[in-house]
Design a binder for this molecule. Structure first.
Ligand SMILES: [Mg+2]
Length: 173
């Protein structure tokens, strides 16, 4: 799995994406870490590509605004992920359409589930740094078999698709 810093953002832009909704903790910086040089450099580069960037976070006003403001990002705090409303709010603030944005986050139960509920393209990234907090640790343990199920489910769907397209070929012949 790739980190936030390995995503091919130019490629995503060429596919029509114009906005990015980021999680903060363990996605752009470590858990509870302040805005830093690496994150600022990435966000500056994204702006130069032509993206609008937002953070959608379940954290409170202080944490989220102090992170987003120095980078000139849009932000939604106390976003209520995995509910979809925080994502919809950010998209509206950015003046974009849902199919023009994608989400980047490190947690299945908040970031991926939330983005899916809002019907948005999303990229699950490898968490930065070490997790803090038992609830996050427990979530990670629960996530492992679910991730496996998602991977296997995709594989099965692809196999089924291949089989179906093969049998279509036979019909045509
Ligand atoms: Mg996170």
């Amino acid at each position: 799995m790739q980190s936030t810093y390995d995503i091919d953002y130019e490629d995503m832009y060429s596919r029509g994406f114009r906005g990015i909704l980021f999680d903060i903790d363990n996605t752009l910086v470590g858990h509870n870490a302040p805005q830093d040089d690496r994150s600022m450099a990435l966000l500056k580069r994204l702006g130069e590509i032509g993206y609008k960037c937002a953070v959608v976070s379940n954290n409170g006003y202080e944490r989220v605004s102090s992170f987003a403001d120095p980078a000139g990002m849009f932000y939604v705090y106390k976003a209520g992920k995995p509910l979809g409303r925080g994502y919809r709010q950010a998209i509206e603030d950015m003046g974009l359409k849902p199919d023009e944005v994608f989400c980047v986050g490190d947690q299945i139960f908040t970031d991926v589930w939330g983005a899916n509920r809002a019907g948005l393209m999303n990229i699950l990234v490898k968490p930065l740094g070490r997790d803090i907090g038992l609830h996050i640790y427990l979530k990670r343990i629960i996530e492992k078999p679910i991730m496996l199920m998602v991977v296997l489910g995709n594989k099965r769907r692809i196999q089924k698709f291949m089989r179906n397209s093969e049998s279509d070929d036979h019909v045509r012949q």
